[in-house]
Design a protein around this ligand. Sequence first.
Ligand code: PGA
Length: 257
Amino acid sequence: MRRKLFAANWKMNLTPAEGRTLIAALRADLDRDAAALARDRDVLVAPPFLAIPAAAQALAGSAVALGAQNMYFEPKGAFTGEVSAEMLRFFGVSYVIVGHSERRHIFKEDDETVGRRAAAVATARMTPILCVGETATERDAGRTLEVVLRQLEIGLSQFPARDAANVVIAYEPVWAIGTGRTATPEQAQTIHGALREALNERLGHDTGAAIRILYGGSVTADNVDTLMAKPDIDGALVGGASLKADSFARIVRAKSA
Ligand code: PGA
């Protein structure tokens, strides 16, 4: 049985002080049924880099893990504006999102460097959340599977085999991110099923069955249950609805199938 994973991606929102307040409210809410939640699901928050130290303090002693929204693959050096694995680990970061569509489309990261990031995260003993997803134009042209399978293939091409079961995949259709237009559970399951098959083929069935595939794109308290009812949807990567403690806590409490 795969444990569900609910990840809050704050994007470029919240100051350290605001982040601390949000985490305190989230902890208070989730603590009400902490033991039940801990049985079958994991939770993480991924603040902007500058809020990570405050978030680490606010999360001390909590079951909620700390994530980062990106990371560079080189260990150190002349890479202005970048952040390394060691810097993130210093604050107890254990998950790193790589290849988010905003990184790919706004900041021009490509499949190859996303793959290097994923590998570097795993080598540093953290868990990468590798994002894949098609644009509206690609979907309309019938190219969804081709695009997400290419992103998966190249994204994992440099991944250390011994860590393969530890990767997390996030399917986030670009047209669903921040638009209020969620993929239907059926649309999402079709892609998640295809991703699972590709993972099985590439890594073997045992490893493929262990890897968590999250859905992301306008997930809310109202649509999370029907999404999570699908067999290959193992959690959610949540943007907008993770910025309020009560809505994210409700998402974390999604009914699991
Ligand atoms: P959204 O963002 O929930 O605001 O659509 C999801 C994401 O981009 O990770």
